[in-house]
Design a protein around this ligand. Structure first.
Ligand code: TXA
Ligand code: MG
Length: 319
């Protein structure tokens, strides 16, 4: 499956000053830059620019919006986006920079696009150790959302060549930092009150984390946290959701698209990247108004598939 037909000339950048400056400038413009981390290559976008984040899904051909990990240069920066805890500090002291991701509640005024979190009120965040990732994050000076830099359903890339094979022509640049030395995605740890929860096994073993925290890790089965995949499908507005609506019925607020204008409109010009960037934010705003939500039809092309996937879940019968 391919979401984009437009061919872009993908720049190959070296991890020298010129390459890093160029990569940071491209991120600032909302373009996609693949970069090395110690785990796998990430497909990076400025996490504050919704349309840039939407472009990640388009380039990967991902048919659903899953929450993404945000990469920052250091613990200090991480604390500006999430509610920090003593356990988070212990883990950051022990494993950052490195292959560990922490899921923590978002702080107010965090500025992160809701497409990064897929509408959740928590954020997955990590400080990568690879020198080129560190240099890029330092040069860019902002949060970078990045899933693995491979087309959806394909194997994660551990060299710049792997990235080029999968995404050449679909992304602005690849920063070549040689092979990744961990080669396995980061371990993801979440929290349920005082319980630390293993959300994904990865580059840091459970045993090492248990040693640092001096407690057994929980699996998501014995906590209030769902598996990341399930968690996503659980987000739904409080009110009923009706799809493919051309107008609002009594008691409904309309989420518009294209020629169908609503209380809020995903994209008046029918731009699917703009619509994706607005999706979760607009749903939250309509939900806050109370009542039911009617949603204009979204075409099943390009990013429209992922948008429709998400809307179908929001409209699904509730337990
Ligand atoms: O090593 C890695 O972690 C690589 C490199 C590029 O940093 N990134 C990576 O990202 O593996 P991705 O998008 O493939 O995996 C993100 C995982 C997903 O399983 C997602 O469900 C989970 O993180 N996740 C993200 N935000 C979450 C949240 N708020 N709560 C629970 N899980 C979350
Ligand atoms: Mg992946």
């Amino acid at each position: 499956m391919s979401f984009t037909s437009d061919h872009i000339d993908t720049e190959c950048l070296s991890e020298d000053t010129a390459g890093l400056t160029r990569a940071a400038a491209l991120l600032g413009k909302g373009a996609l830059v693949a970069f090395p981390t110690e785990t796998v290559y990430g497909l990076g976008a400025d996490a504050r620019q919704g349309e840039a984040v939407a472009a990640i899904y388009a380039a990967k051909g991902r048919p659903a919006f899953n929450p993404l990990i945000v990469h920052v240069a250091d613990t200090q920066s991480a604390k500006t986006y999430v509610e920090w805890t003593p356990a988070a500090q212990q883990l950051a002291d022990a494993f950052w920079p490195g292959p560990l991701t922490l899921v923590l509640p978002l702080r107010p005024s965090h500025g992160i696009s809701s497409l990064v979190t897929a509408g959740l009120d928590t954020l997955a965040i990590r400080v990568p150790a690879h020198p080129a990732a560190q240099a890029l994050l330092g040069a860019f000076g902002g949060p970078v959302a990045a899933p693995s830099a491979n087309p959806s359903g394909r194997i994660s890339p551990t060299t710049a060549e792997h990235v080029a094979t999968g995404l050449e022509g679909r992304i602005a640049a690849i920063l070549d930092g040689g092979p990744c030395n961990v080669g396995l995605e980061s371990t993801i740890i979440g929290f349920d009150g005082p319980k630390a929860v293993m959300l994904r096994e990865g580059g840091v073993s459970a045993e090492r984390i248990e040693q640092v925290l001096d407690q057994k890790l929980h699996t998501y089965a014995d906590t209030a946290i769902s598996a990341p995949g399930q968690l996503l499908s659980h987000y739904a507005p409080r009110g009923a959701v009706r799809l493919n609506a051309t107008q609002a019925h009594e008691g409904e607020h309309l989420l518009g698209f294209g020629e169908i204008a609503g209380t809020h409109t995903l994209s008046a010009s029918g731009d699917l990247a703009e619509a994706a960037a607005n999706l979760f934010g607009h749903l939250h705003k309509l939900d806050a108004l109370g009542g039911a939500i009617a949603i204009a039809p979204i075409p099943m092309t390009g990013l429209g598939r992922a948008i429709n996937d998400r809307l179908k879940r929001a409209a699904a019968p509730r337990d």
